[in-house]
Design a protein around this ligand. Structure first.
Ligand SMILES: [Zn+2]
Ligand SMILES: [Zn+2]
Length: 98
């Protein structure tokens, strides 16, 4: 089962929902990725959890880094907002998906 999360900037108030996680053992996994240059975040589906996916940031073409599912809760508050570059981000679970 996957998790629906909302990431919201505490400074500018911009929020975005992401469907992360996966469908279980051996199934597809949809981790959250973060751009190391501009902090843009995006999810990308992987066919198996052991696969390393690399792709470029759609905003600035820098490389995206996967945020481990278990680390999302810890990492999000340390990332600065993509939009305003200031506020720290708040993460909360808003639901589940299959
Ligand atoms: Zn912001
Ligand atoms: Zn970027």
């Amino acid at each position: 089962m996957g998790e629906v999360i909302e990431i919201k900037c505490q400074a500018c108030g911009r929020a975005k929902e992401y469907f992360i996680g996966g469908s279980g053992i051996g199934g597809d996994l949809t981790p959250l990725f973060r751009c190391l240059a501009c902090n843009f975040m995006e999810t990308k589906e992987k066919e198996h959890s052991s696969i390393t996916v690399t792709f470029e940031c759609p905003e600035c073409s820098a490389s995206m880094e996967e945020i481990d599912e278990d680390e999302v809760e810890n990492q999000i508050p340390k990332i600065k907002c993509f939009h305003c570059g200031e506020g720290l981000l708040r993460y909360r679970n808003i639901g589940w998906w299959d």
